[in-house]
Design a protein around this ligand. Structure first.
Ligand code: C5P
Length: 215
């Protein structure tokens, strides 16, 4: 109690959605309040870590002692994450949009010209890229929001993205945007099912585990 177990550590956290412009007023995005990521940033800072929080567009206050970098798009988020390296640990909580418009309009598209033909291109996978980055953090943690076969998908995701841990988020219920979360922690040693809890309690528990792992 009162111990700052992450003093001297630098940890990068991504949080929130990304917004991918279609034109100057419309965008593509995933649903994400940013609450779990912000809670994790707060819990890590409370343990004494130097925290860089790369945040997509969300309406949340910056946790005390956290250095926040606001971004809009996945490409900006990738640049901000890379610029924040090196780090001892990265916790990638952001719900990054999988696609962006290949050619966003630089004005507002007029409705009367009909529905636009959008060409979408894939965004980079920031987590998977960081896993093979020359400055790869010692402990790389991804999130996986799933509605079915949650653990099975998370185990596969851990291997595919070469993350160390995946926090598998069961979003089949009402956790989206809410105060609570239901997660499983997938590590090389196996799968732990954590009791459903408030997002700040999940964040503190994860911060403790990160401190254990970084030693
Ligand atoms: O593949 P999926 O989107 O389910 O993977 C989720 C994990 O990957 C999260 O940790 C998320 O932050 C990260 N991710 C990413 N860049 C993307 C897509 C997902 O960093 N373009």
């Amino acid at each position: 109690p009162g111990e700052r177990r992450l003093a001297g550590r630098h940890i990068v956290v991504t949080a929130g959605p990304t917004h991918e412009p279609i034109d100057t007023v419309r965008y593509i995005a995933n649903r994400s309040s940013g609450r779990q990521g912000f809670a994790i940033a707060r819990a890590l800072a409370a343990q004494g870590a130097r925290v860089t929080l790369v945040a997509g567009p969300v309406a949340l206050a910056t946790p005390a002692g956290v250095a926040r970098i606001d971004v809009e798009t996945a490409l900006q988020m990738r640049d901000a994450v890379n610029a924040a390296m090196p780090a001892d640990c990265a916790v990638m909580v952001a719900a990054v949009a999988d696609w962006r418009s290949a050619d966003p309009a630089t004005n507002k598209l007029k409705k009367d010209i009909g529905a636009p033909d959008l060409t979408l291109v894939a965004n980079p996978d920031i987590l998977a890229e960081l896993a093979v980055h020359p400055n790869r953090p010692q402990l790389l943690i991804g999130f996986a929001a799933e509605t079915d076969r949650v653990v099975e998908h998370a185990v596969a995701k851990r291997q595919r993205k070469q993350a160390d841990w995946i926090v598998a988020n069961d979003v089949s219920g009402d956790v989206m945007g809410g105060e609570e979360n239901a997660v499983h922690l997938v590590t090389p040693e196996g799968v732990e099912t954590w009791a459903r809890a408030r997002k700040d309690a999940i964040a503190r528990r994860l911060a403790d585990r990160i401190a254990d792992a970084l030693g």
